[in-house]
Design a protein around this ligand. Sequence first.
Ligand code: PLV
Length: 329
Amino acid sequence: MDSSLTGCARAEHFHAATPLLESWALSQVAGTTVFLKCENVQPAGSFKIRGIGHFCQEMAKKGCRHLVCSSGGNAGIAAAYAARKLGIPATIVLPEGTSLQVVRRLQGEGAEVQLTGKVWDEASLKAQELATRAGWVNVPPFDHPLIWEGHASLVRELKAALGTPPGALVLAVGGGGLLAGVSAGLAEVGWQHVPIIAVETQGAHCFNAAVKAGRLVTLPDITSVAKSLGAKTVAARALACTQELEIISEVVEDVQAVSAVQQFLDDERMLVEPACGAALAVIYSGLLGRLQAEGRLRPSLASVVVIVCGGNSIDGGGLQALKARLGQS
Ligand code: PLV
């Protein structure tokens, strides 16, 4: 039996099969049945453990002696968690200004933490430099076939839970690893006709910029509060996916992402970070209805699945601070 479906402690991989919950509150807002794929309850707090756990296991088989991962937060926590389970030391490189709860969590996993640069791209350069040491392996947070292969397990779980395909799938895009993995999974289970609504925040919108330009675009800076979406350039594979599946690229404002975080907390009593709020904003801001009205989505959808990607980088005080900064409180 696929151990992802048993949820047993001695699983062959590090991720859990997550719940797929029908949300009454979001269904009311959307006017269609909304399911939440709750990746926020993964052992490392986000979907990242799927791909990164898989990558780290493969590297351990090859004799890796030290794992190094650059991250906006969640990939690092996934890598540190996998490293601890594998008994391999880990160094996690993050941008300066990473939240204290993320740093504490990483230290709690036994990882060495280095803070460098203003955004993830700078942390990534540092990680690549460290990975030149003998026996050290760089864990890419989103741009590697093994990462996509691991993330694809999410779609196999969706198929097992739903049986029939949803009318649309909503996910957030940072560097595009989740998008590439979900696309691979949809093709694998024969659901490649399911439209994906790929959401970013303004100021972290490297995928949207690439889709519009028809080539990879490097943003000058990351100005969004959704730092977990803050890669300046999307993975080439994510852009290539737009040739193979129906991908609707959308950008929401920070205020929409953060108010979605607050509404989701009130509706479902789950606190997620702005990266995840971006996906939820598709429902809460009425974007789903607009896409239907514009004929970009069917007027009647079987259901909509929102990937609730994670919430490691936020706590109650952090949400209040974000709201104050955006003039929402
Ligand atoms: N976060 C990456 C990249 O950051 C990281 O290092 O953790 N939702 C959440 C909660 C995330 O943490 C991320 C990625 C995404 C969505 C987007 O996933 P991606 O990068 O695979 O498109 C700079």
